[in-house]
Design a protein around this ligand. Sequence first.
Ligand code: GLC
Length: 474
Amino acid sequence: MKVLYAVSEAKPFIASGGLADVAGSLPVALRQRLIGARIVMPLYEGIPQKFRDEMKFITHITIPVAWRRQYCGIFEMKYNGVICYFLDNQYYFKRQGIYGHYDDAERFAFFSRAVLEIIPYIDFKPDIINCNDWQTALVPVYYSKYYANAPGFENIKTVFTIHNIQYQGKYGRELLADVVGIGEDGASLLEYDGCVNFMKGAIECANAITTVSPTYAQEILDPYYSHGLDPILRERSWKLHGILNGIDTKSNDPAADPALPVNFSADDIAGKAECKAALQKEMGLPERPDVPLIGMVSRLVSHKGFDLVKRVLDELLDTTDVQVVVLGSGEWQYETFFTECAARHPDKLAVKLGFVPALASRIYGGSDIFLMPSQSEPCGLSQMFALRYGSVPIVRATGGLRDSVFDSGAGEGNGFVFENYNAHDMLHAIRRAVEGYADHEGWAVLRDRAMRCDYSWGRSANEYIKLYKELLKG
Ligand code: GLC
């Protein structure tokens, strides 16, 4: 079986979020299970030279983007055993940043069309094209409209994976003919709520839709979570599947992570205390081994739960002997809140604004507790990293958090869970964790159980393979 994984970012080449982690590790896991998986992504300006030096130029072709004819260079390199195709067009991709340009619709219409156009020029005719999020949502639309019966393109099945339903690729209707290149006869595929909606097109046209956890697959059928797409998803729920993401356990391993001052593992936990002391020092907090240290690594946006944190953080710090370390950047209101709150509680709260991957590792490794109170979370990977690094997660029961963290109140479990999106429910869960921490022996057992949870790709990769096989039978 041959799977082409079409994606707008992938580790280690370029990353803005969890999508890149998945794209950097799922195809590898598929290959290890003897599936011919390859990746295709844009050749962004931000991809480091050391990777470019390894790329081989295959050829260049011309891609239709509505009435335009655009250059596309095809480059290839192998990483971790997986062949990756990089599609070059400097007009679209030689820019700062990955997304957020005025013409993103056109940039990703180009890329999606190119994913199909390159097929005759690479030695790989896919059985499955697995697309991801709105940036590649036009692939199933173009395939069903223009390629399904074209020689050399027959019998390809398309899978569309939703990593986050909030970002749909919604544009004015006037883009339909001028940018997307779909005429009035195909308008109904993409039209939604008076707009052109790329994700809606993929939901219509893909042979299967997946999302990144079983709970999120249920949640997006509900208006509270669906950002408007629940009616269309309910109609298509027969082809919707929830498959929990895994993590790359090799590059996220406390026993080998070079970012940690000392390595450790569940079998040899001693180094964790040193990591905690080093983190306290690095962040300018008192070096106290006995105080529970709570970590947060996240984009500072409200749906990650920061409105709850903002509401009760002073109360927590005023009344409880804890330390809190926050790493992230995002909305101005949260950046200023944390900066000011840290000034009010210099011995208890330390904040680093920005995205520093090595510090993220040191927070997973050095903290005792990891707080992730998301309002919605399609899967979430940070809680899986935290578990692996022995930082016991406190989560709200939503999406992949519900599917990977289980409350330890009843004895078993690997963390602390609260149900309602409510600041004092979160505070209560934090207090339960802090009390649990005070019982040293009990905590060691809980932490050990957390560290031994297996969220590697094994099971999930097999679920993808099962789905692919079913599609090829049908
Ligand atoms: C998105 C989601 C996150 C998920 C990731 C990878 O970033 O917000 O929950 O873990 O995609 O699927």
